[in-house]
Design a protein around this ligand. Sequence first.
Ligand code: 6R9
Length: 664
Amino acid sequence: MSDDHGTIESLSALAHDAGESYPPSPEFRAQANQNSSEIYLRAAADPEAYWAEQAQNRLTWKKPFTEVLDWTNPPFAKWFADGELNVAENCLDRHVANGHGDRVAIHFEGEPGDTRTLTYAELTHEVKRAANMLASLGVTAGDRVAIYMPMIPETVIAMLAVVRLGAAHSVVFGGFSAESLRARIDDVEAELVITADGGYRKGRVSPLKPVVDQALELDDADGKPGTVKHVLVVNRGGNEVNMVDGRDLWWHEEITAYDGEHTAQGFPAENPLFILYTSGTTGKPKGILHTTGGYLTQVTTTFSDVFDIKPESDVFWCTADVGWVTGHSYIVYGPLSNGATQVMYEGTPDTPDWGRWWQLIEKYKVSIFYTAPTAIRSCMKVGRQVPEQYDLSSLRLLGSVGEPINPEAWRWYRDVIGAGKTPIVDTWWQTETGAMMVAPLPGLTSLKPGSSQIAQPGISIAVVDDDGNPVENGQGGLLVVERPWPSMVRNVWGDPQRFIDTYWDKFGDKYFAGDGARLDEDGDIWFLGRVDDVMNVSGHRLSTTEIESALVGHHAVAEAAVVGADDETTGQAVVAFVILKSQQHLITEAEAEQELRSHVASHIGAIARPRNVYVVNELPKTRSGKIMRRLLKDAAEGRKIGDTTTLADTMVMQLISDRVVAER
Ligand code: 6R9
């Protein structure tokens, strides 16, 4: 980093009210799973001992481990390597054995309103049957199985049946195209694909099996023959599908041949658990490899401590799709390993109307709710009168993940959804980190809107300059993880060199996360967005996130995305794209644009004043809800728009670039 720390510092200080902080209430603190800050000190004094203790106390091992961390061949870490466990047994059988078989594991709600309840005993039974079915289809330890499914219980059953056999799954989000699916199937060399005919989305059936067919019909890449021998199809959407003789099988027909007797075998802790491809970046997606023992340890620990889960009384709901890492860690493995009860919802928040989520919270008495800032901002845009029609009094804790949450959205979330009193845990982590890394502990941390604040116990985080030297409080830099952690990415599937180049080349033995962050005067961590989203305007480093936050802080703005566009005089210039709240039709777009330029200038400083503000109707987002600033940058710089295939709605960019051209 150059000499521009002062700019980040002063901008950040202005972008939020440094004094605003929400300590845990005495009642919350008294009942919290973690309510003594001594845990941080103990974990910092000996992180390996801390994680070994979590692994021992929270998991059931078939063969106890004697080794904790093996870092003799960095960056390839091994955790608990001589131990053996079965992940499915940890998520299922042991809860039944402990007398919790009758506890609800999943309250499933389909988009059309159909429901299904699965207790731990029932889920265990279904997973055992499915494991027997998969075994007879030839799945054995070390194999990879591709899963391309809607959000239904069979998706969880399929994942757990695969890992019960010691095989690894590669879940591909149901919104991905045939080409993306095929590339992922080929990369993991899957012999079995588990899918459904279709699933419900926005009031209609969205086909899946036909996409699998298309994927398998595509030409073999590089003359390598396709690997798929069977496609197992769950009956969900009722849409017409073509079954290929000898290859395709209906799940509901096959499963009848199998009973629920299946003994879980132990597998080494470094056995692959899953491969998940990272989304939204340029180039070939990376297959992020996770293994079992360390991953399950950190996911189980963070789920319990950050969400303060009481498995006997809480009802948890994470709105992510199982196709993303958030779904893997905090729908499947974290909740089930802890024996928690959760809601699983198939559809979108606006079907049949924007009340759906709040109606489900009321219906199932959800107590802990985990969603993304982009969803919160969409709900803000629709207005508080919608959630206000529902009884949300069961909620006692809220979580956020996926991108920095701007203070405006944080306050709205707490006030409107959390009745002005629930703690909000803003959890920073990545597909690569496997589990939460930076997040408040709700019984201990005085919360600051917009900040993820503090590393989890046993996790060493630093903010460093370009040379890897830690920055002082009050300064910005790059986020690194200083020591190996249990749920860390083990490799990029089939490409160890890429693993090294992407994450370890920059700082040697420190993991480079690709995120910018700033430490405030208390040493709390504020994420500033991806480092590739950091702009340099007249030699000053500006964060897209901070300017977006300022824009969203304006009463007329619902959503904003900011990019740095090439500029002849200043190097880069700030270009903003904003969606106005629905009631704003009274002012003209030109008025709004003028007003917002001044608003940013007065809130952050003249240096941050956007060169252009474009009022648009939609922003380009990936299917996981991340704004694709790369495409906005193309539009802002008058270039041909780049690859839009990972966009949820590919028309959006056409409208935006027309809008920009019209003003040139
Ligand atoms: C879990 C997940 C990872 C990237 C990460 C960062 C951003 C996620 C965040 C956050 C600020 C948070 N990110 N959570 N930024 N505050 N609480 O989202 O994984 O899809 O791999 O994305 O998302 O930029 O580097 P993934």
